[in-house]
Design a protein around this ligand. Structure first.
Ligand code: ADP
Ligand code: MG
Length: 315
């Protein structure tokens, strides 16, 4: 349904999106996950034709956004990061206004009722947008995206700033959309994406760093394992000795666990078993091991690790 090919966007010297390619199948709910500044909004703005790319192409259901912008835009409903709402209008007036602007050809009253129902706005048509809570404004933005029944729905951080109850409701709405639409949704929160999406693309620093089915994400991300060792003795010596073990990729000293006692987080190549080597190493330098546990690391930790370089560049 959507094909993104070698997309690049530069703002002066900044490369916000760096040669990314992916496809999204019909009816798929794709999560676009990455820290702030990763390039999510830029990518979405290009797919929806709001801004142009520096290079690369976006094709939606056979038409290319740059070549046939009007026809392509008609296939997409977009909820931008900051939805352009006319806050002095009532919910229904605004949707009627957008209905005309988008030149929707469906029966007006029925269709607006339908998108209001889908967005959980049935009883709120007469309310003035500026008096609505953030959660309800987000629903109005969503309803606007659904106008015209576009086959593709793109939602940029749809749950940001909502309270937990509103988040659960919006998630339910989005899941429901997946039955009839192809959906791309972005978030900087992993749990958000894993709760709603079939597939996840992780983007950091303008590049795709992972692309996997949600349930396979963990194994894709975890090509390293961790062992947490609590040991007594001089840390620098312990670190040096642990780093000598061939399968060890990285050692971090975590928290102090007592006088002269520290926890060490040892990353090593998946599939290896370094416990005996660790024991022998500590024996050699006469530093007793007080505890040794395997730390698989949560999916959240893996995600943070994967994106931490990009994070470091933020203000
Ligand atoms: P995300 O949505 O993942 O938080 P964005 O796509 O908004 O990330 O931004 C990606 C990068 O591009 C950031 O470094 C941001 O500062 C930069 N950027 C975004 N929009 C502009 C712009 N209009 N002018 C200059 N730089 C921009
Ligand atoms: Mg953004």
């Amino acid at each position: 349904m959507i094909e993104v090919k070698n997309l690049t966007k530069c703002y002066g010297k900044i490369t916000a999106v760096d040669d990314i390619s992916f496809t999204v199948g019909t009816g798929e709910i794709l999560g676009f996950l990455g820290p702030n500044g990763a390039g999510k909004s830029t990518t979405m703005n290009i797919i929806t034709g709001y801004i142009s790319s520096t290079s690369g192409t976006v094709t939606v259901d056979g038409t290319e956004i740059l070549k046939e912008p009007k026809a392509t835009k008609k296939k997409i409903g977009y909820l931008p990061e900051i939805p352009p709402l006319y806050v002095d209008m009532t919910v229904r007036k605004y949707l009627e206004f957008m209905f005309e602007l988008k030149q929707v050809k469906l029966p007006r009253k029925e269709h607006i009722n339908e998108v209001m129902r889908l967005s959980g706005l049935e009883r709120h048509g007469r309310r003035i947008i500026k008096n609505l809570s953030k959660g309800f404004r987000q629903r109005v933005g969503l309803a606007q995206a659904l106008l015209g029944n576009p086959p593709v729905i793109i939602l940029d951080e749809p749950t940001v700033g909502l309270d937990p109850k509103q988040i659960i409701e919006i998630r339910k709405l989005i899941k429901g959309l997946g039955k009839k639409h192809t959906v791309i949704l972005s978030s900087h929160v992993l749990s958000e994406i894993s709760a709603t999406c079939d597939r996840v693309i992780i983007i950091a620093d303008g590049k795709i760093v992972a692309d996997a089915k949600t349930e396979e994400l963990y194994s894709v991300l975890s090509d390293r394992q961790r062992l947490i060792v609590t040991a007594e003795g001089k840390s620098s010596l312990i670190m040096t000795e642990l780093n000598k073990i061939p399968e060890v990729a990285r050692v971090n000293r975590d928290t102090a666990a007592g006088r002269g006692v520290f926890k060490y987080s040892i990353e090593f190549i998946a599939g290896a078993d370094i416990r005996r080597s660790v024991f022998n190493a500590m024996m050699r330098i006469n530093c007793p091991i007080l505890e040794m546990v395997s730390g698989d690391g949560s999916l959240e930790e893996l995600y943070l690790k994967l994106t931490e370089n990009a994070k470091g560049e933020e203000n």
